[in-house]
Ligand binder design. Structure first.
Ligand SMILES: Nc1ncnc2c1ncn2[C@@H]1O[C@H](COP(=O)(O)OP(=O)(O)OP(=O)(O)O)[C@@H](O)[C@H]1O
Ligand SMILES: O=P(O)(O)OC[C@H]1O[C@](O)(CO)[C@@H](O)[C@@H]1O
Length: 305
């Protein structure tokens, strides 16, 4: 194996740069060149890449986002576009490809593997919504971002005895709502559709008031309802005024916490080891607290349609 490629795709996640660093470190030990394709699958389509060396990669190790850029490319979903990309990779003697992203990005990698390109995925998404792995890159940092931001807001909320409905990310997954809600000792956590019951919200508000709690906090996963919808329904049905708050992309930014930096390095090194062993259609994962790998197919089988 002489040359491999890496790209980041889908939403950025803190720790992606650390994973690229891990890939380059491991590849260099075995004299493998690494190409970094720019802007996700868009860079593969345009054959737009930079050579990744420690000098290029190391300054980004501790920084959030992805220095390679990322995108959501509809173009890449076309079979003829994928065929053109596979042909180009073969022509350029790129012997393997590591795709860092969510399950959508894994589907892209899977398509290329069916066209004869050896591919490995690394779970990089703040949503923690990839089956089988206990952790995805960026999740722990996103928790930090939410908790620290809400801590600040709660100082004002408690001064005024305000009630907050806070919407956190996770299109299909309630993990960020569950973990941050627990860390923040929220009054209510609405992480799954069945969790919202306006009568229960009313009861919770009244119990907290009876305890003379100075603020109240409901954490809502965006996939269940928006903070605005929560405000409208709760105000209409209970009469209690709600401050709706959409945290937005503040959740995805920021330098990765130590755990995401370490996980990035571990995933990156493991991905290169898999490529060197001739493995394909696999993705790195944490199982029982250890870095290992599982197949794309077993991962896809567990994703709810
Ligand atoms: N079925 C598919 N076939 C080929 N490529 C795909 C497929 N699904 C997604 N992709 C590619 O992967 C890109 C990223 O997918 P998507 O937008 O679903 O994000 P993701 O990887 O799931 O990350 P996140 O969890 O951050 O949203 C898409 O824009 C597209 O280029
Ligand atoms: O930044 P975009 O493209 O609007 O995507 C937002 C989505 O991406 C995610 O942050 C995952 O990366 C989801 O939690 C969220 O719904």
């Amino acid at each position: 194996m002489k040359r491999i490629g890496v790209l980041t795709s889908g939403g950025d996640a803190p720790g992606m740069n650390a994973a690229i660093n891990g890939i380059v470190d491991e590849a260099r030990k075995h004299n493998i060149e690494v190409r970094g394709y720019l802007e996700g699958y868009a860079g593969l389509i345009a054959n737009d890449y930079i050579e990744l060396t420690p000098e290029v990669v190391k300054p980004h190790h501790h920084v959030g986002g992805t220095f390679l850029g990322t995108s959501r490319s509809e173009e890449f979903k076309k079979a003829e576009v994928q065929a053109g990309v596979a042909k180009q990779l073969k022509q350029d003697n790129v012997d393997g490809l590591v795709v860092i992203g969510g399950d959508g990005s894994y589907h892209g990698a899977y398509s290329l593997s069916k066209l004869g390109i050896q591919t490995i995925g690394i779970p990089g998404t703040i949503d923690n919504d990839i089956p089988l792995t206990e952790l995805t890159l960026g999740f722990k940092t996103a928790i930090r971002n939410v908790v620290e931001t809400v801590d600040i807001i709660m100082q004002s909320a408690s001064s005024h005895k305000h009630l907050y409905g806070i919407e956190v990310m996770g299109r299909r997954a309630g993990d960020l709502a569950r973990w941050t809600g627990r860390a923040l000792d929220a009054d209510g956590i609405i992480a799954e559709p069945g969790d919202f019951d306006v009568n229960l919200v009313k009861e919770t508000i009244e119990k907290s008031q009876a305890m003379n709690k100075r603020y109240q906090l409901f954490i809502i996963a965006e996939g269940v309802m928006s903070a605005q919808e929560f405000k409208e329904v709760v105000e209409r049905e209970t009469g209690y005024p709600i401050h709706p708050l959409l945290l937005g992309h503040i959740q995805r930014g920021g330098n990765p916490v130590a755990e995401d930096r370490i996980l990035g390095l571990d995933f990156g090194e493991h991905a290169v080891a898999l490529l060197r062993e001739g493995k394909t259609e696999r993705c790195t994962a944490v199982i029982d607290n250890k870095v290992t790998d599982v197949s794309f197919e077993e991962t896809f089988a567990l994703i709810e349609k």
